[in-house]
Ligand binder design. Structure first.
Ligand code: UT7
Length: 333
């Protein structure tokens, strides 16, 4: 008889989609009291992608998801579940995942969104891990997709320089084998006491959409950057350390660290605290800025397609986002 504990959740395919339009720091200099030098030095960001008028979280998610299915060699009819991790959904409801399901014609699947902002993708992975390891599902698409450009106040230089748009997807597949493979662990956390650090404070269910909140720009991202920075370094370091200890892994035994791309200085500070050599740390923040829930799957897709992740490698993911939420995952390829 089949023993449940030999079910593994492996990454069968990856995909990413970045909008064509590039907005550089130099472009931002024209409309804001900022400079390319300040943005590059404080964040590592040089440019970011901006969705076209006819693009949204669902259209980008569907493109990334389609590529992940192609890479994994399965058709949309074989997908059991689509989890879309987004904090910039197409509409309040139905879920962005339902639009993606329709676009992919994956009509045999269940589809829903999860909301954990930048941490969304790692939270989504942790859900997929459970369904696959307990034998409930065979093929799950986990997609992070964000159209941050639509929830940014483009006159607020402390936030608008940071974010970009894009989508990334992983197709996770259940396989049965004795040896550990695929998602080895996920650790996820939330602390609602820190909900004011980063938020879109305008009320929808709380107050109803109202003109005052619109005038006060409350439907855009607000962030206490400096306080978030400090919390982010500590939580991301701790949760990655926890992941390594849980799996009995030393830094030497792990290949690529794929951290959430919020700020190059956060990533460097985390790497330093973990004694993680920077050549083993994935970074693409200079090209895309902070793509929130899409940042980690875009990074994994790029790392995989460029050969920086090879079969047999172990990668660790780490993230901190609004909520406050944070998490890590370890993947054996
Ligand atoms: O993905 C979710 C998690 N998000 C994050 O992790 C973001 C974390 N925070 C950060 O990345 C950084 O805090 C920022 C990049 C947002 C800001 O960097 P900072 O070094 O923390 O700067 P600061 O907020 O302490 O501001 C320093 C100065 C201020 O001027 P004064 O008060 O010293 O005169 C700001 O007004 O920099 C000014 N400033 C800018 N100057 C030029 C803020 N934004 C800009 C700008 N260009 N775009």
């Amino acid at each position: 008889m089949t023993s449940q504990n030999t079910f593994r959740a492996v990454v069968a395919g990856t995909g990413a989609y970045l909008p064509e339009k590039i907005l550089t720091n130099k472009d931002l200099e024209k409309t804001l009291d900022t400079s390319d030098a300040w943005i590059t030095e404080r964040t590592g960001i040089r440019e970011r992608r901006i969705a076209a008028d006819d693009e949204s979280a669902s259209t980008m998610a569907a493109k990334a998801g389609k590529l992940a299915l192609e890479a994994g060699g399965i058709g949309p009819e074989d997908v059991d579940l689509i989890i879309v991790c987004t904090s910039s959904p197409d509409v309040l409801f139905p879920s962005t995942a339902c639009f993606v399901q329709n676009e992919l014609q994956a009509f045999g699947s269940a589809a829903y969104d999860i909301s954990a902002v930048c941490s969304g993708f790692v939270f989504g992975l942790s859900i997929a891990e459970q369904y696959l390891k307990n034998g409930r599902y065979k093929n799950i698409l986990v997609i992070g997709s964000e159209v941050n450009s639509r929830i940014i106040d483009w006159t607020d230089r402390s936030t608008c320089i940071l974010f970009g748009d894009g989508a990334g997807a992983l197709l996770l597949k259940r396989v049965e084998q004795e040896k550990p493979l695929g998602i080895l662990s996920t650790h996820i956390y939330s602390d609602g006491r820190l909900s004011d650090l980063i938020s879109v404070p305008g009320g929808i269910g709380r107050t109803g959409i109202n003109k005052q909140d619109v005038d006060d720009k409350k439907y855009f991202i607000k962030m206490s950057g400096n306080a978030t920075f400090k919390v982010a370094v500590k939580r991301m370091t701790d949760v990655i350390r926890e992941a390594l200890e849980f799996n009995g892994l030393s830094v030497e035994e792990v290949g690529l660290l794929v951290p959430h791309q919020a700020n190059q200085r956060i990533i460097s500070a985390v790497a330093e605290r973990l004694n993680y050599p920077m050549e083993k740390v994935f970074m693409n923040i200079h090209k895309y800025g902070n793509t929130s829930g899409a940042s980690i799957p875009i990074g994994i897709d790029e790392a995989k397609r460029s050969g920086r992740i090879q079969p047999g490698d172990i990668s660790v993911l780490g993230v901190v986002g609004a909520g406050l939420t944070w998490g890590s995952a370890v993947i054996k390829w």
